[in-house]
Design a protein around this ligand. Sequence first.
Ligand SMILES: [Zn+2]
Length: 129
Amino acid sequence: MSVTSPSAVRRLGWALLLRCPNCGGAAALRHWFAPRERCPSCRFRYDRGEADSWIGGFQINLIVSELLFAALFVALFLAQWPRPDWAGLQRIAIIGVVVAPVVTWPWGKLLWLVIDLAVRPARTSDLAE
Ligand SMILES: [Zn+2]
């Protein structure tokens, strides 16, 4: 089996579609909270054989989800200017910081894999059984 090397932009597109960031040939998730162990198409191991491989994904998830939440919060604040509903914004803030990381969870992990593959391209051992 050969090791492919698509561009980072192509990998990013696949990750945004929740496809394998190595080949784009198959869905990377069994369901929303369960990534596959390997890509059914190219056999790429999503954990790359490292027990702590998902720490970067959690960090990306936190950054992306909180930035999206902050953008929404600022947009709502500006839409209500000059008399923002502080109590309503506070309720939205509490819900947003809880819901946003859950909604963006799979993308955090896959975006981390895109970065990881850009820095450390797929090795033959990533594709081995
Ligand atoms: Zn694949």
